[in-house]
Design a protein around this ligand. Sequence first.
Ligand code: AQP
Length: 346
Amino acid sequence: MLEYNTIYLDYNMNDKVIFSGVQPSGEIHIGNYLGAISQFVDYQTDYKSIFSIVDLHAITVWQDSEALRNSTREVLAIFLASGLDESKNIIFNQSQVPEHTQLSWILSCTAKVGWLNRMTQFKDKAGKNKENASVGLYTYPILMAADILLYSASHVPVGDDQKQHLELARDIAHKFNTDYSENIFVMPEPLMNKSTTRIMSLRDGSNKMSKSDISEYSRILMTDSNDKIALKIKKAKTDPLKMPNTLKESESRLEVNNLLNIYSACALMKKEEVISKYASKEISLFKNDLTEVIINKVEPISIKTKQLLTDKVHLDNILSMGATKAKEISCKTIAKVYDKIGMINK
Ligand code: AQP
């Protein structure tokens, strides 16, 4: 049986608390790792951290049930293999804590339709076919507000694409607090990623690397074999020129720029240093070195992840214990909220 510290049970509103989620909507790629998971590992020392595998968000678009179960365990295994400590943080899958959906409903009665209509991510994700998108995809930002406010998160790591959703969470919190004349919810602050770099698709430097991209050659998975990584980098789109000499030149060449960003993030080297190391060299030479740098980062995590995935019972226990921890906090928030809005809840 897993034992957990109880330090989270007593946290008060002045603590620095982080909430962040990853959707089990496909296999985790190096963009998810560099843009989010690797940074979670740093946050866990300075913040009380709650990391959720947000399966309820994932089903806003169709998910095969077996694939969803596998992805949920895979995200957890990658969290652990990357260095997240399940005894120091709360790590759980969202659907095991029903308070997320309970609060989401209440907040959907606070938020205004006009606020949701402004969300650009819905427009991007639903595309031209928005009449056929799920209602869940439309109301997704309200569930995200519930995720954050349930735990009095003071900080939320956000990339550019999530800034608008965090603003909405703040608007909802402010309106609720004002409507009921009490600061029930903590106002969450954005925590901008240390590296603001978006990792882009290996096939098209103007689209972000994404789990749901139809081309498997658009992304490096955290469980790819070394040969697969080498092949994907070899096939990665570039241009016929030699490597750029300056940052300005690099930024005008989307695909090469993206590969330089990946190199810089994996090797923990300033981008300027990477540019000067490879200035005017052949792209093929740079690609060989990049492959090595990526393998150095991915291989140890991949090996550990695969080991962890052989023991599903252990992984499911971690999720269940994390959910128990999460519920101890979320139940208190729901009780306060129910009381405030006049629900009889004995
Ligand atoms: N390409 C990326 N570069 C940097 N960071 C990224 N993140 C996602 N893609 C990149 C960050 O990873 C975290 C988890 O993302 P998510 O699972 O919640 O959803 P997402 O942003 O929608 O990720 P994907 O990979 O694009 O999945 P699908 O295709 O299912 O939508 C977030 O912190 C995100 O910023």
